[in-house]
Design a binder for this molecule. Structure first.
Ligand SMILES: [Zn+2]
Length: 341
């Protein structure tokens, strides 16, 4: 197991499902809390932060998450968060990440959309130079905020159109937030060239995944794990090569799945679905992308070759250009070949 952990740690990887604020490391949160000392309940001391991040239950997780959102008050905060997230990813040998950002949360709290987009773009370019990682953005609608948030997210995406923006998403709760109502916004985003990547089938059944495919034109699905209960849907996903962004630890922490041993990942893989392994909100769920690869290896009974195949599948499912996909796949192949000696 130690050998496999070492193999995973140095394996070149791609991350396709990770949230911007949800990736705020204790180090980033401490820095932001210090900038706003006296005006936030969040402690600025990293040791105290470990306790602050120990969630009692899901409601407490949401409370802590929102207190971190509240630390993002000006473009400098946005820059610090984004640059720090890139550092954490690059440290795990992530070469390319599609980061889910919810601009509505920040613009509705008073950061002007142009300044917000300028901050993420500047941080993206600096991270590329500092850490050798390529970042792209998925702007997502916070579903719980309804259609006004959808309209505003689309407006920001299309009017600002930052260079790193490639896709349009939908997050937040699924229960009580039907996917089809967002069709007009996804239609307009897709018409403008953005790829469709909604969350679906995380906490609700397979019908939500069908809705995401049929109404929102989903090209990949955030989570999608409830597809395991619908053989017809599994066959459809496998045949169309529509990838699922699976985040095992997140599913246990949010109680979408009772335990890792009951996670449907093996059934999805057996059905031939293109599965990618991701971390969702890693520091908040007490995980890392490396940990998620280790979990997947255990659930699927994989050794180094199987783990390298998961990394290649994530490249395949990404929205990278074909030339970049080939280059990254070759890097994974070369690493696996040397490690196998
Ligand atoms: Zn997510």
């Amino acid at each position: 197991m130690t050998d496999l952990s070492a193999f995973i740690a140095d394996l070149p990887k791609v991350e396709l499902h990770v949230h911007h604020v949800g990736s705020a490391s204790p180090r980033a949160v401490a820095e932001l809390a210090a900038r706003h000392a006296g005006r936030t309940p969040v402690p600025a001391d990293p040791a105290a932060l470990a306790d602050y991040f120990a969630f009692r239950d899901f409601a407490h997780f949401i409370e802590v998450y929102l207190s971190v959102v509240d630390l993002i008050r000006d473009p400098e905060d946005v820059w610090i968060l984004t640059h720090e997230v890139a550092r954490q990813l690059a440290r795990q040998q992530v070469r390319y990440a599609e980061l889910t950002i919810t601009p509505y949360s920040h613009v509705s709290r008073g950061i002007p959309a142009p300044a917000f987009c300028e901050a993420i773009e500047d941080a993206r370019k600096r991270a590329e130079a500092d850490f050798g990682i390529a970042l792209r953005w998925c702007f997502d609608i916070p579903g719980e905020a309804g259609l006004p948030a959808a309209e505003e997210t689309l407006r920001i995406a299309l009017e600002e159109r930052p260079d790193g923006l490639i896709s349009f998403g939908l997050g937040g709760p699924e229960i009580g937030v039907p996917r089809p109502q967002f069709k007009p916004y996804f239609d307009r985003a897709r018409a403008a060239g953005l790829r469709s990547v909604p969350h679906a089938g995380e906490t609700t059944g397979p019908q939500t995944v069908w809705d995401a495919l049929r109404d929102l034109g989903a090209e990949r699905i955030g989570h999608g794990i409830s597809a395991a209960a619908d053989p017809e849907l599994l066959a459809h996903l496998a045949q169309r090569r529509i990838a699922l962004e699976v985040c095992p630890t997140s599913n246990v922490r949010t109680r979408a799945v009772a335990s890792l041993d009951e996670h449907p990942l093996p059934r999805l893989v057996e059905a031939g679905v293109l599965v990618t392994i991701n971390s969702d909100d890693p520091p908040m769920f007490g995980t890392t992308l490396d940990d998620e690869y280790a979990v997947a290896a255990r659930l699927l009974g994989l050794g180094p070759d199987g783990v390298a195949a998961l990394a290649r599948d994530a490249v395949t499912a990404s929205f990278l250009e074909p030339g970049e996909k080939a280059r990254l796949t070759a890097e994974i192949d070369a690493y696996a070949a040397v490690a196998a000696r």
